[in-house]
Design a protein around this ligand. Structure first.
Ligand code: HAM
Length: 436
């Protein structure tokens, strides 16, 4: 008996033709991030569970509800990374980079969170992240934000706006929490069970609750900005001034608290704010989140090193690109129809030679009737087509058909000698590039 399987819930197969968008996103990232002085790192998919508990925070949704945690065969508790800031810091300290003045890293890869699924929210999803260690200066925050901004521009997504906030320094936090608790406490009796739990465990998260019943209470809540100390305020003013100087628009969003515990000072998100009617991301509109985390390196056993970073949700960017019709088309410049016997050997050799010269050339290994091979050439959207037959082999020249032109068009067919074929195809491929 055979048995059929499906991919685990919330975990997607990434397949053609959509994979072309993933490749564009990854290629653009490697080029741009490299140019900006960020080097790639690749850390393991699993880490010591305690790493995330210590850094992301025990009371966060990620740690308390969403981690894929299990004991390995040696009885150690390990967790499939729900994010990569903590693993990057772990590696930064472990391999002595924390001794260097400034380090800039980026990463690309799968993360895992056991979340309720909807559009743009998955259990295995992909992040593109960038982390910069070693500078407390506002120019480092802004460089990092500007990198995200330029990346989004480079891939051509639109209607994404930058939301900005400051959480102040960790010493500013207790006073604010006290005020926030005092604000919500008289109403807790009317809260939903979930809101009650958030109030108890992580009061600040009430500020970005989606619970409509809490809306007016959240709106009247004390603003963190009133509790931010002088040093953090000055830092935030510098961040805003620099962003303005760079021509990067932003909106101040005092309720932007983020769902991870390690942030200090600047926090930011790039949020998709679609024109009416368009809903490519549903409620999962945040395509990038990040901020400063000046205490984390020290908390994880390293020296005092300020840091700032972000991570983008690539799955969401792919959905946006798809909605915008930005899927590159990969079309072979030529399809060669083959005959049986010795002629097929010659044809396959020619296809292989042309491919080795960087040309995208296709053929149907099954061979068969020419009519079927023409259909196959059309199915793979080949631009040109010819039959490698006895006459062509002897004449050392091919009658090339342009698949994009209608029958009867004078330019539909041209004869090109074997010696000139590669150059002719290269020219044709350049006239119609493979990826836009
Ligand atoms: P985060 O806000 O948890 O931050 O995630 C960053 C981005 O990853 C989100 O804005 C979203 O686009 C994407 N994302 C998160 N969860 C999912 C999901 N279940 N499905 C699809 N996409 C998702 C962090 O992870 C921090 N480590 C960012 C950071 C880096 N802060 C400083 N450095």
């Amino acid at each position: 008996m055979s048995q059929k399987f499906a991919a685990p819930k919330g975990m997607n197969d990434l397949l053609p033709p959509q994979i072309e968008i993933w490749q564009v996103l990854e290629r653009t990232a490697r080029e741009l991030f490299g140019t900006w002085g960020y080097s790639e790192i690749r850390t393991p998919i699993v880490e010591d569970t305690a790493l995330f508990v210590r850094s992301v925070g025990e009371v966060t949704d990620i740690v308390s509800k969403e981690m894929y945690t299990f004991d390995d065969k040696g009885g150690r508790s390990i967790t499939m990374r729900p994010e990569n800031t903590a693993p990057a810091v772990r590696a930064y300290i472990e391999h002595g980079f924390a001794q260097q003045p400034v380090t800039r890293w980026y990463y690309l890869g799968p993360m895992f969170r056991y979340e309720r699924m909807k559009t743009g929210r998955y259990r295995q999803f992909y992040q593109l992240g960038a982390e910069a260690y070693g500078s407390a200066d506002a120019s480092q925050d802004v460089e990092n934000i500007a990198l995200a901004w330029h990346y989004l521009k480079a891939i051509g997504v639109q209607h994404v706006s930058l939301h900005l906030n400051t959480l102040g320094d960790s010493s500013d936090r207790p006073k604010y929490l006290e005020a926030l608790k005092a604000h919500f406490a008289p109403h807790v009796g009317t809260f939903s069970e979930i809101a009650k739990e958030t109030f108890e465990r992580n009061t600040m998260r009430l500020l970005d609750t989606k619970d409509e019943a809490l809306r007016s209470l959240v709106e009247s809540a004390p603003s963190l900005s009133e509790f931010v100390g002088e040093a953090a305020k000055k830092h935030f003013d510098e961040v805003k001034a620099l962003l303005t100087a760079l021509g990067i628009p932003f909106v101040i969003d005092p309720k932007l608290v983020r769902g991870l515990d390690y942030y200090t000072r600047t926090t930011f998100e790039f949020i998709y704010e679609p024109p009416a009617g368009d809903n490519a991301l549903g409620t999962a509109g945040t395509v990038c989140g990040g901020g400063r985390y000046d205490n984390l390196v020290h908390e994880l056993g390293g020296p005092e090193k300020p840091a700032v970073g972000f991570a983008m949700g690539l799955d969401r960017l792919v959905l946006l690109m798809e909605a915008l019709g930005k899927r590159p088309e990969r079309r072979p410049v030529l399809f060669v129809a083959t005959m049986e016997g010795e002629l097929k050997v010659h044809a396959v050799k020619l296809v292989t030679d042309l491919r080795a010269q960087g040309l995208s050339v296709d053929f149907d290994p099954r061979g068969g009737k020419i009519k079927r091979q023409v259909e196959r050439a059309a199915a793979v959207k080949a631009r040109h087509f010819f039959v490698y037959g006895q006459a062509e082999h002897e004449a050392r020249a091919f009658k090339i058909k342009n698949m994009d032109l209608p029958d009867g068009d004078p330019a539909k067919e041209v004869t090109v000698p074997l010696d000139a074929l590669a150059a002719w195809l290269l020219n044709a491929a350049q006239a119609a590039p493979v990826t836009p």
